[in-house]
Design a protein around this ligand. Structure first.
Ligand code: ZN
Length: 119
């Protein structure tokens, strides 16, 4: 991925995605505060619902934060010129893969290897 135009496009995608995640996190935080208020006044059933919601939200938040880190990592790699190369084997990552998943850090082969090891 040495084409400057493609990099610009990917950078734009990453920044847009980052903005979306940040506003989602902000919304979550506001909901959490509303939820806290409800917990203070509600009965046991309300509390149970609120607790479930909170659990769901915090796992979603963790996921979004992880995604945010991946995006920041990709943006950093664009800046220092290492973007688009596999972290594992150093080969260029397939362009179609980067367009579909702009913060991928592994080529398809290494990703498959890693997943095989995990299971
Ligand atoms: Zn690789």
């Amino acid at each position: 991925m040495k084409d400057q135009r493609d990099l610009e496009k990917i950078k734009e995608m990453l920044l847009r995605e980052k903005g979306k995640i940040l506003s989602k996190l902000q919304r979550n935080k506001e909901e959490e505060q509303n939820n806290r208020g409800r917990q203070a006044v509600g009965d046991d059933a309300d509390h149970a619902v609120a607790l479930e919601e909170e659990k769901l939200r915090s796992s979603l938040t963790a996921m979004e934060i992880q995604r945010l880190r991946a995006i920041d990592g990709a943006l950093q790699r664009i800046e220092n010129g290492t973007y688009g190369y596999c972290e594992e084997c150093g080969e260029p990552i397939e362009e179609g893969r980067l367009l579909a998943k702009p913060f991928a850090v592994l080529c398809v082969r290494c990703q498959e290897e890693r997943e095989k090891k995990r299971f």
